[in-house]
Ligand binder design. Structure first.
Ligand code: SF4
Length: 445
Protein backbone atom coordinates (compact mmCIF):
# COMPACT_ATOMS: atom_id res chain seq x y z
CA UNK A 1 0.00 0.00 0.00
CA UNK A 2 1.22 3.43 -0.76
CA UNK A 3 -0.17 6.94 -0.97
CA UNK A 4 0.44 9.20 -3.94
CA UNK A 5 0.09 12.97 -3.43
CA UNK A 6 0.30 15.63 -6.11
CA UNK A 7 1.60 19.00 -5.20
CA UNK A 8 2.50 22.15 -7.01
CA UNK A 9 5.78 23.41 -5.59
CA UNK A 10 5.13 26.91 -6.90
CA UNK A 11 1.76 27.14 -5.16
CA UNK A 12 3.19 25.70 -1.97
CA UNK A 13 6.21 28.00 -2.14
CA UNK A 14 4.03 31.06 -2.75
CA UNK A 15 1.79 30.12 0.18
CA UNK A 16 4.80 29.65 2.48
CA UNK A 17 6.27 32.99 1.37
CA UNK A 18 3.02 34.85 2.02
CA UNK A 19 2.62 33.20 5.43
CA UNK A 20 6.10 34.27 6.42
CA UNK A 21 5.82 37.78 4.91
CA UNK A 22 2.18 38.95 5.04
CA UNK A 23 1.81 41.41 2.16
CA UNK A 24 -0.92 43.72 3.49
CA UNK A 25 0.76 46.01 5.98
CA UNK A 26 -0.98 49.34 5.32
CA UNK A 27 1.09 52.45 5.84
CA UNK A 28 -0.67 55.78 6.56
CA UNK A 29 -3.99 54.04 5.76
CA UNK A 30 -2.90 53.80 2.13
CA UNK A 31 -3.65 50.54 0.32
CA UNK A 32 -0.56 48.35 -0.02
CA UNK A 33 1.56 48.46 -3.14
CA UNK A 34 3.19 45.17 -4.09
CA UNK A 35 6.03 44.77 -6.55
CA UNK A 36 6.83 41.38 -8.09
CA UNK A 37 10.07 41.01 -10.02
CA UNK A 38 10.06 38.37 -12.78
CA UNK A 39 6.80 36.81 -13.99
CA UNK A 40 7.68 33.13 -13.68
CA UNK A 41 5.50 30.29 -12.37
CA UNK A 42 6.25 31.20 -8.76
CA UNK A 43 5.33 34.82 -9.42
CA UNK A 44 2.07 33.74 -11.08
CA UNK A 45 1.13 31.68 -8.03
CA UNK A 46 2.19 34.52 -5.75
CA UNK A 47 0.04 37.07 -7.60
CA UNK A 48 -2.99 34.77 -7.72
CA UNK A 49 -2.80 34.00 -4.01
CA UNK A 50 -2.12 37.62 -3.07
CA UNK A 51 -5.16 38.75 -5.06
CA UNK A 52 -7.33 36.09 -3.40
CA UNK A 53 -6.10 37.11 0.06
CA UNK A 54 -6.83 40.74 -0.77
CA UNK A 55 -10.38 39.92 -1.80
CA UNK A 56 -10.91 38.17 1.51
CA UNK A 57 -9.19 40.74 3.72
CA UNK A 58 -10.00 44.14 2.19
CA UNK A 59 -12.35 46.23 4.27
CA UNK A 60 -14.12 48.08 1.45
CA UNK A 61 -15.50 46.45 -1.69
CA UNK A 62 -13.98 49.04 -4.01
CA UNK A 63 -10.58 49.17 -2.27
CA UNK A 64 -7.87 48.33 -4.77
CA UNK A 65 -4.55 46.62 -4.42
CA UNK A 66 -1.71 48.22 -6.34
CA UNK A 67 0.43 45.65 -8.08
CA UNK A 68 3.53 46.29 -10.16
CA UNK A 69 5.12 43.42 -12.06
CA UNK A 70 8.64 43.97 -13.36
CA UNK A 71 9.81 41.59 -16.04
CA UNK A 72 12.63 41.69 -18.55
CA UNK A 73 10.37 40.43 -21.34
CA UNK A 74 7.20 42.32 -20.61
CA UNK A 75 5.89 42.65 -24.17
CA UNK A 76 6.16 38.92 -24.89
CA UNK A 77 4.51 38.10 -21.53
CA UNK A 78 1.63 40.42 -22.21
CA UNK A 79 1.15 39.10 -25.73
CA UNK A 80 1.07 35.57 -24.33
CA UNK A 81 -1.44 36.76 -21.74
CA UNK A 82 -3.66 38.10 -24.53
CA UNK A 83 -3.24 34.85 -26.49
CA UNK A 84 -4.33 32.88 -23.41
CA UNK A 85 -7.48 34.99 -23.22
CA UNK A 86 -8.35 33.80 -26.75
CA UNK A 87 -7.70 30.23 -25.59
CA UNK A 88 -10.14 30.79 -22.71
CA UNK A 89 -12.75 31.84 -25.24
CA UNK A 90 -11.99 28.68 -27.22
CA UNK A 91 -12.58 26.62 -24.07
CA UNK A 92 -15.87 28.44 -23.61
CA UNK A 93 -16.89 27.48 -27.17
CA UNK A 94 -16.76 31.02 -28.55
CA UNK A 95 -13.96 30.60 -31.08
CA UNK A 96 -14.90 29.27 -34.47
CA UNK A 97 -13.83 30.09 -38.00
CA UNK A 98 -15.92 32.76 -39.66
CA UNK A 99 -15.75 36.34 -40.99
CA UNK A 100 -13.03 38.53 -39.50
CA UNK A 101 -14.19 42.07 -38.70
CA UNK A 102 -11.43 44.69 -38.69
CA UNK A 103 -11.55 48.28 -37.48
CA UNK A 104 -9.58 50.87 -35.53
CA UNK A 105 -10.23 53.54 -32.94
CA UNK A 106 -8.32 56.58 -31.73
CA UNK A 107 -7.14 56.77 -28.14
CA UNK A 108 -6.18 60.10 -26.61
CA UNK A 109 -2.55 60.14 -25.50
CA UNK A 110 -1.81 61.00 -21.88
CA UNK A 111 0.17 64.06 -22.96
CA UNK A 112 -1.00 67.65 -23.09
CA UNK A 113 -1.11 69.74 -26.26
CA UNK A 114 1.03 72.24 -24.34
CA UNK A 115 3.86 69.72 -24.52
CA UNK A 116 4.17 70.25 -28.30
CA UNK A 117 7.44 71.81 -29.42
CA UNK A 118 9.22 72.09 -32.76
CA UNK A 119 11.10 68.90 -33.65
CA UNK A 120 14.41 70.67 -34.00
CA UNK A 121 14.07 71.91 -30.41
CA UNK A 122 13.63 68.39 -28.99
CA UNK A 123 17.33 67.57 -29.20
CA UNK A 124 19.47 70.65 -29.39
CA UNK A 125 23.10 69.82 -30.19
CA UNK A 126 25.71 72.08 -28.61
CA UNK A 127 26.72 73.40 -32.08
CA UNK A 128 24.97 73.61 -35.41
CA UNK A 129 26.63 71.79 -38.35
CA UNK A 130 27.93 75.11 -39.77
CA UNK A 131 29.35 76.15 -36.39
CA UNK A 132 30.98 72.77 -35.95
CA UNK A 133 32.65 72.91 -39.41
CA UNK A 134 33.79 76.46 -38.68
CA UNK A 135 35.35 75.32 -35.44
CA UNK A 136 37.09 72.41 -37.23
CA UNK A 137 38.52 74.86 -39.78
CA UNK A 138 39.73 77.19 -37.07
CA UNK A 139 41.34 74.30 -35.21
CA UNK A 140 43.11 73.17 -38.41
CA UNK A 141 44.38 76.75 -38.97
CA UNK A 142 42.90 76.85 -42.49
CA UNK A 143 41.37 79.98 -44.00
CA UNK A 144 37.62 80.11 -43.83
CA UNK A 145 35.83 79.26 -47.08
CA UNK A 146 33.53 81.86 -48.58
CA UNK A 147 29.96 80.60 -48.52
CA UNK A 148 28.93 79.49 -52.02
CA UNK A 149 25.80 80.70 -53.67
CA UNK A 150 24.39 77.35 -54.84
CA UNK A 151 21.18 78.89 -56.05
CA UNK A 152 22.97 80.75 -58.81
CA UNK A 153 21.90 84.14 -57.46
CA UNK A 154 18.17 83.65 -58.06
CA UNK A 155 15.58 83.56 -55.28
CA UNK A 156 15.00 80.05 -53.92
CA UNK A 157 11.47 78.69 -54.46
CA UNK A 158 9.19 78.84 -51.40
CA UNK A 159 9.31 75.67 -49.34
CA UNK A 160 6.17 73.54 -49.01
CA UNK A 161 4.98 73.69 -45.36
CA UNK A 162 5.67 70.49 -43.48
CA UNK A 163 2.73 68.43 -42.11
CA UNK A 164 2.13 69.13 -38.38
CA UNK A 165 3.54 65.76 -37.29
CA UNK A 166 6.81 66.37 -39.13
CA UNK A 167 7.08 69.85 -37.65
CA UNK A 168 5.89 69.31 -34.07
CA UNK A 169 6.55 66.69 -31.42
CA UNK A 170 5.36 66.19 -27.86
CA UNK A 171 8.08 66.68 -25.27
CA UNK A 172 6.43 64.26 -22.84
CA UNK A 173 5.30 61.59 -25.32
CA UNK A 174 7.31 61.89 -28.55
CA UNK A 175 5.64 58.84 -30.14
CA UNK A 176 2.10 60.24 -29.89
CA UNK A 177 0.99 62.03 -33.05
CA UNK A 178 -1.31 64.95 -33.61
CA UNK A 179 -4.79 64.06 -34.90
CA UNK A 180 -7.45 66.57 -35.88
CA UNK A 181 -10.86 65.04 -36.59
CA UNK A 182 -14.34 66.54 -36.22
CA UNK A 183 -15.51 63.59 -34.09
CA UNK A 184 -12.30 63.42 -32.02
CA UNK A 185 -11.05 67.00 -31.78
CA UNK A 186 -7.40 68.07 -31.97
CA UNK A 187 -5.39 65.85 -29.67
CA UNK A 188 -2.24 63.83 -29.40
CA UNK A 189 -3.30 60.26 -30.03
CA UNK A 190 -2.56 56.59 -30.53
CA UNK A 191 -4.68 54.11 -32.42
CA UNK A 192 -5.88 50.59 -31.55
CA UNK A 193 -6.51 48.26 -34.51
CA UNK A 194 -8.66 45.22 -33.65
CA UNK A 195 -9.78 42.05 -35.36
CA UNK A 196 -12.92 40.44 -33.98
CA UNK A 197 -14.01 36.93 -34.89
CA UNK A 198 -15.57 33.79 -33.48
CA UNK A 199 -19.14 32.83 -32.84
CA UNK A 200 -21.19 36.02 -33.22
CA UNK A 201 -17.93 37.98 -33.42
CA UNK A 202 -17.43 37.85 -29.69
CA UNK A 203 -13.69 37.34 -29.44
CA UNK A 204 -10.95 39.92 -30.00
CA UNK A 205 -8.33 37.96 -31.90
CA UNK A 206 -5.81 40.71 -32.71
CA UNK A 207 -4.98 44.03 -31.07
CA UNK A 208 -2.30 46.27 -32.57
CA UNK A 209 -1.36 49.73 -31.25
CA UNK A 210 0.10 52.39 -33.54
CA UNK A 211 0.53 56.13 -33.46
CA UNK A 212 -2.66 58.10 -34.10
CA UNK A 213 -1.64 59.21 -37.58
CA UNK A 214 -1.05 55.66 -38.87
CA UNK A 215 -3.32 54.95 -41.86
CA UNK A 216 -5.81 52.13 -41.17
CA UNK A 217 -5.49 50.61 -44.62
CA UNK A 218 -1.77 49.97 -44.14
CA UNK A 219 -2.43 47.91 -41.00
CA UNK A 220 -4.91 45.42 -42.49
CA UNK A 221 -2.28 42.81 -43.40
CA UNK A 222 -0.59 43.14 -39.99
CA UNK A 223 -3.89 42.77 -38.10
CA UNK A 224 -4.89 39.69 -40.13
CA UNK A 225 -1.46 38.14 -39.58
CA UNK A 226 -1.76 38.68 -35.83
CA UNK A 227 -5.28 37.18 -35.94
CA UNK A 228 -3.98 34.01 -37.62
CA UNK A 229 -0.95 33.72 -35.38
CA UNK A 230 -2.72 34.25 -32.05
CA UNK A 231 -6.05 32.57 -32.66
CA UNK A 232 -4.89 29.80 -35.04
CA UNK A 233 -7.99 30.59 -37.12
CA UNK A 234 -8.07 31.15 -40.85
CA UNK A 235 -9.47 34.19 -42.62
CA UNK A 236 -12.41 32.95 -44.71
CA UNK A 237 -13.82 36.50 -45.19
CA UNK A 238 -12.81 40.06 -44.26
CA UNK A 239 -15.38 42.70 -43.29
CA UNK A 240 -14.17 46.27 -42.84
CA UNK A 241 -15.22 49.86 -43.50
CA UNK A 242 -14.45 52.02 -46.56
CA UNK A 243 -11.06 53.17 -45.17
CA UNK A 244 -9.68 49.71 -45.92
CA UNK A 245 -10.97 49.69 -49.50
CA UNK A 246 -7.68 50.49 -51.23
CA UNK A 247 -6.36 48.85 -54.37
CA UNK A 248 -3.42 47.47 -52.37
CA UNK A 249 -5.75 45.74 -49.91
CA UNK A 250 -8.04 44.35 -52.62
CA UNK A 251 -5.02 43.01 -54.50
CA UNK A 252 -3.52 41.47 -51.35
CA UNK A 253 -6.74 39.78 -50.24
CA UNK A 254 -7.85 38.86 -53.76
CA UNK A 255 -4.56 37.13 -54.57
CA UNK A 256 -4.89 35.17 -51.31
CA UNK A 257 -8.41 34.15 -52.36
CA UNK A 258 -10.03 35.89 -49.37
CA UNK A 259 -13.51 37.31 -50.12
CA UNK A 260 -14.10 40.84 -48.88
CA UNK A 261 -17.08 42.90 -47.76
CA UNK A 262 -15.62 46.42 -47.82
CA UNK A 263 -17.62 49.44 -49.01
CA UNK A 264 -15.88 51.11 -51.96
CA UNK A 265 -15.91 54.73 -52.99
CA UNK A 266 -16.59 55.80 -56.58
CA UNK A 267 -13.31 56.98 -58.10
CA UNK A 268 -12.33 58.60 -61.39
CA UNK A 269 -15.38 60.38 -62.81
CA UNK A 270 -17.19 61.89 -59.81
CA UNK A 271 -19.80 63.77 -61.87
CA UNK A 272 -23.22 62.11 -61.80
CA UNK A 273 -24.35 63.89 -65.01
CA UNK A 274 -21.60 62.22 -67.06
CA UNK A 275 -21.63 58.54 -68.01
CA UNK A 276 -19.64 56.35 -65.68
CA UNK A 277 -17.79 53.09 -66.30
CA UNK A 278 -21.08 51.19 -66.26
CA UNK A 279 -21.89 52.55 -69.76
CA UNK A 280 -18.75 50.94 -71.20
CA UNK A 281 -18.17 47.25 -71.89
CA UNK A 282 -14.93 45.67 -70.70
CA UNK A 283 -13.22 43.58 -73.41
CA UNK A 284 -10.83 41.44 -71.36
CA UNK A 285 -9.31 39.68 -74.39
CA UNK A 286 -8.42 43.01 -76.01
CA UNK A 287 -7.58 44.89 -72.81
CA UNK A 288 -9.90 47.72 -73.88
CA UNK A 289 -13.30 49.29 -73.16
CA UNK A 290 -16.03 49.47 -75.82
CA UNK A 291 -17.96 52.74 -75.67
CA UNK A 292 -21.69 53.16 -76.57
CA UNK A 293 -20.68 54.58 -79.98
CA UNK A 294 -18.64 51.46 -80.77
CA UNK A 295 -15.18 53.01 -80.29
CA UNK A 296 -12.50 51.14 -78.36
CA UNK A 297 -10.75 52.91 -75.50
CA UNK A 298 -7.23 51.48 -75.42
CA UNK A 299 -4.68 51.33 -72.60
CA UNK A 300 -2.95 54.72 -72.46
CA UNK A 301 -1.13 55.25 -69.14
CA UNK A 302 -0.33 53.20 -66.06
CA UNK A 303 -0.85 55.57 -63.11
CA UNK A 304 1.33 54.05 -60.40
CA UNK A 305 0.41 56.64 -57.77
CA UNK A 306 -3.25 55.58 -57.73
CA UNK A 307 -2.66 51.96 -58.90
CA UNK A 308 -4.90 52.45 -61.94
CA UNK A 309 -4.65 52.14 -65.71
CA UNK A 310 -6.03 54.91 -67.91
CA UNK A 311 -7.87 53.92 -71.12
CA UNK A 312 -8.43 56.59 -73.79
CA UNK A 313 -10.73 56.93 -76.83
CA UNK A 314 -9.03 57.28 -80.28
CA UNK A 315 -7.89 60.78 -81.15
CA UNK A 316 -10.69 62.92 -82.64
CA UNK A 317 -13.43 60.28 -82.13
CA UNK A 318 -15.32 62.12 -79.36
CA UNK A 319 -15.53 65.65 -80.75
CA UNK A 320 -18.12 64.63 -83.39
CA UNK A 321 -19.88 61.88 -81.42
CA UNK A 322 -23.67 62.04 -80.89
CA UNK A 323 -23.18 61.03 -77.23
CA UNK A 324 -20.63 63.75 -76.59
CA UNK A 325 -22.90 65.77 -74.24
CA UNK A 326 -23.41 62.78 -71.86
CA UNK A 327 -19.93 61.33 -72.28
CA UNK A 328 -17.35 64.10 -72.60
CA UNK A 329 -18.89 67.61 -72.82
CA UNK A 330 -15.50 69.23 -73.45
CA UNK A 331 -15.05 67.18 -76.65
CA UNK A 332 -11.64 65.90 -75.61
CA UNK A 333 -10.98 62.16 -75.84
CA UNK A 334 -12.88 60.27 -73.17
CA UNK A 335 -10.80 58.41 -70.57
CA UNK A 336 -11.73 55.58 -68.20
CA UNK A 337 -9.66 54.48 -65.21
CA UNK A 338 -9.44 50.84 -64.23
CA UNK A 339 -8.05 49.72 -60.87
CA UNK A 340 -5.28 47.13 -60.88
CA UNK A 341 -7.61 45.10 -58.66
CA UNK A 342 -10.76 45.72 -60.70
CA UNK A 343 -11.91 42.05 -60.75
CA UNK A 344 -11.60 41.86 -56.98
CA UNK A 345 -13.34 45.24 -56.53
CA UNK A 346 -16.25 44.11 -58.73
CA UNK A 347 -16.57 40.80 -56.86
CA UNK A 348 -16.55 42.80 -53.62
CA UNK A 349 -19.30 45.10 -54.94
CA UNK A 350 -21.43 42.10 -55.89
CA UNK A 351 -21.02 40.73 -52.38
CA UNK A 352 -21.89 44.12 -50.89
CA UNK A 353 -25.12 44.27 -52.87
CA UNK A 354 -26.21 40.78 -51.75
CA UNK A 355 -28.39 40.27 -48.61
CA UNK A 356 -25.45 38.52 -46.91
CA UNK A 357 -23.15 41.49 -47.64
CA UNK A 358 -25.67 43.89 -46.13
CA UNK A 359 -25.97 41.64 -43.10
CA UNK A 360 -22.17 41.60 -42.72
CA UNK A 361 -22.03 45.41 -42.66
CA UNK A 362 -24.67 45.53 -39.94
CA UNK A 363 -22.74 42.87 -37.98
CA UNK A 364 -19.55 44.93 -38.35
CA UNK A 365 -21.17 47.83 -36.53
CA UNK A 366 -22.29 45.57 -33.69
CA UNK A 367 -19.24 43.30 -33.40
CA UNK A 368 -16.44 45.87 -33.79
CA UNK A 369 -17.83 49.25 -32.88
CA UNK A 370 -19.59 47.73 -29.84
CA UNK A 371 -16.31 46.49 -28.28
CA UNK A 372 -14.68 49.88 -28.97
CA UNK A 373 -17.47 51.60 -27.04
CA UNK A 374 -17.16 49.12 -24.17
CA UNK A 375 -13.37 49.41 -24.14
CA UNK A 376 -13.63 53.17 -23.83
CA UNK A 377 -16.52 53.36 -21.39
CA UNK A 378 -15.70 50.47 -19.06
CA UNK A 379 -12.05 49.58 -19.60
CA UNK A 380 -10.27 52.92 -19.70
CA UNK A 381 -9.27 52.91 -23.36
CA UNK A 382 -10.49 56.46 -23.94
CA UNK A 383 -7.06 57.69 -22.89
CA UNK A 384 -3.71 55.98 -22.64
CA UNK A 385 -2.33 55.28 -19.18
CA UNK A 386 1.22 54.95 -20.43
CA UNK A 387 3.54 56.84 -22.73
CA UNK A 388 5.25 55.41 -25.78
CA UNK A 389 3.81 53.07 -28.39
CA UNK A 390 5.22 49.92 -26.80
CA UNK A 391 3.52 50.66 -23.49
CA UNK A 392 0.26 51.63 -25.20
CA UNK A 393 0.44 48.23 -26.95
CA UNK A 394 0.53 46.66 -23.48
CA UNK A 395 -2.58 48.62 -22.45
CA UNK A 396 -4.38 47.55 -25.63
CA UNK A 397 -3.48 43.88 -25.05
CA UNK A 398 -4.64 44.05 -21.43
CA UNK A 399 -7.92 45.70 -22.37
CA UNK A 400 -8.59 43.16 -25.13
CA UNK A 401 -7.64 40.30 -22.78
CA UNK A 402 -9.97 41.59 -20.03
CA UNK A 403 -12.87 41.81 -22.48
CA UNK A 404 -12.21 38.31 -23.82
CA UNK A 405 -12.01 36.87 -20.32
CA UNK A 406 -15.30 38.45 -19.29
CA UNK A 407 -16.97 36.87 -22.32
CA UNK A 408 -15.32 33.51 -21.65
CA UNK A 409 -16.48 33.54 -18.02
CA UNK A 410 -20.02 34.51 -19.04
CA UNK A 411 -20.23 31.64 -21.53
CA UNK A 412 -18.48 28.99 -19.43
CA UNK A 413 -21.00 26.43 -18.12
CA UNK A 414 -20.82 26.16 -14.36
CA UNK A 415 -21.00 22.35 -14.30
CA UNK A 416 -18.46 20.59 -12.04
CA UNK A 417 -16.68 19.05 -15.06
CA UNK A 418 -16.10 22.44 -16.73
CA UNK A 419 -14.97 24.03 -13.49
CA UNK A 420 -12.01 21.71 -13.42
CA UNK A 421 -10.86 22.54 -16.97
CA UNK A 422 -7.07 22.65 -16.66
CA UNK A 423 -6.53 25.71 -18.83
CA UNK A 424 -9.28 27.74 -17.24
CA UNK A 425 -8.24 27.15 -13.69
CA UNK A 426 -4.88 28.94 -13.42
CA UNK A 427 -5.77 31.83 -15.68
CA UNK A 428 -9.23 32.43 -14.30
CA UNK A 429 -7.84 32.36 -10.82
CA UNK A 430 -5.33 35.03 -11.76
CA UNK A 431 -7.57 37.03 -14.03
CA UNK A 432 -10.73 37.06 -11.94
CA UNK A 433 -8.59 38.45 -9.17
CA UNK A 434 -7.57 41.32 -11.43
CA UNK A 435 -10.92 42.91 -10.60
CA UNK A 436 -9.37 43.90 -7.30
CA UNK A 437 -6.13 45.21 -8.77
CA UNK A 438 -5.47 48.72 -9.93
CA UNK A 439 -4.11 47.64 -13.28
CA UNK A 440 -0.93 45.61 -13.23
CA UNK A 441 2.03 47.34 -14.77
CA UNK A 442 4.86 45.60 -16.46
CA UNK A 443 8.14 47.30 -17.12
CA UNK A 444 11.44 46.36 -18.62
CA UNK A 445 14.40 46.11 -16.31
S1 SF4 B 1 -17.92 60.54 -76.71
FE1 SF4 B 1 -16.22 59.27 -77.34
S2 SF4 B 1 -16.14 57.67 -75.84
FE2 SF4 B 1 -18.08 58.67 -75.57
S3 SF4 B 1 -19.49 57.44 -76.75
FE3 SF4 B 1 -18.73 59.05 -78.10
S4 SF4 B 1 -16.96 58.21 -79.13
FE4 SF4 B 1 -17.42 56.89 -77.40
Amino acid sequence: MFRLDFLNVFESGARALLNEHPPFMTVNRQPPHITVVGLGWLAESLIAQTARMWREQRTKANQRLRLTIVDGNASARLEEFFRQSIELCRQAGLVEEGPVYVDSTLIRAGASMDSLIRREDLVRPPLSIAEYLQRLDQEAGEPEEEPRDDAGGGPSPPRKPLPPNQKLVSRTDPEATLVNRPDFGRHLAYKAHLAVAGRQGQVITAAVATTGAAADEHLLAEVLWQHRRLSRLGVPEVVADAKYGTTGNFLYLGQLGIPTVIPTTRFGNMRRDIWGREHFVWLAAEDAYLCPAGEKLRRHTNVRGTCRVQYRAPRGSCSTCVYRRQCTPSGSERTIHRSWAQEFVEANEERLASPLGKQRLVERQIYVEGPFGLAKELHGLRQTRFRGRRRVQIQVWLTAAAMNIKKAVKHTPQSPERRGTPLLRPWLRLLLSLGSLSGPRLAHV
